[in-house]
Design a protein around this ligand. Structure first.
Ligand code: AMP
Length: 174
């Protein structure tokens, strides 16, 4: 899997000084690398009776919709606050500076639905844990959250304590 790192562009000091940005749009542009990532996720979740994939705006939509197609499920869009027409449910989470919130349509998850939450990258875990809370508010279950990249030094998986966390690539010690 480590060879996939060659397909991810590393951008120092973006969007702010001191942040190493992992730009996975370069991997999405490469057919073999993109297929390998989606195939790996699909193999993991096929046969688990997943009801839907939840993708987190915006790069989570790309991975999430490809995975949902392979699993023969639909996809739920978790969007930044104010983008979805109502009724919605909302969950706020803290950023390095201030707060943000994500929303889903209130009827997107039925009680008992088994959902895989997908995003491109797990950093502090605030975004993904807010997504898990949204699913649970509706009575859904999240057995696992899946990411292409994890930054383990930021301990995001500890914030997602009630679900398993799966990541394809890890960048530690940056
Ligand atoms: P967090 O809530 O801290 O886990 O942040 C995860 C979200 O922010 C994901 O949707 C990522 O796309 C984005 N993100 C955070 N840090 C980075 C980074 N170093 N490189 C690329 N995307 C990032």
């Amino acid at each position: 899997m480590e060879h996939l790192k060659q397909s991810i562009r590393e951008v120092p000091d973006f969007p702010r000084p001191g942040i190493q940005f992992y730009d996975i749009s370069t991997l999405f542009r490469e057919p073999a690398a993109f297929a390998e990532v989606v195939d790996r996720l699909a193999r993991r979740y096929l046969g688990m009776n997943i009801d839907a994939v939840l993708g987190i705006e915006a790069r989570g939509f790309v991975l999430g919709s490809a995975l949902a197609y392979r699993l023969n499920t639909g996809i739920i869009l978790a969007r930044k606050k104010g983008k979805l027409p109502g009724p919605t449910i909302s969950e706020s989470y803290s950023l390095e500076y201030g707060n943000d919130a994500i929303e889903i349509n209130a009827d997107a998850v039925a009680p008992g639905d088994v959902i895989i939450v997908v995003d491109d990258l797990l950093a502090t875990g605030g975004t993904a844990s807010a997504a898990v809370k949204l699913v649970k508010k509706c009575g859904g279950l999240v057995p696992e959250c899946a990411f292409l990249v994890e930054l383990p030094d930021l301990h995001g998986r500890e914030k997602i304590s009630d679900s398993l966390v799966y990541s394809i690539l890890q960048y530690a010690g940056d």
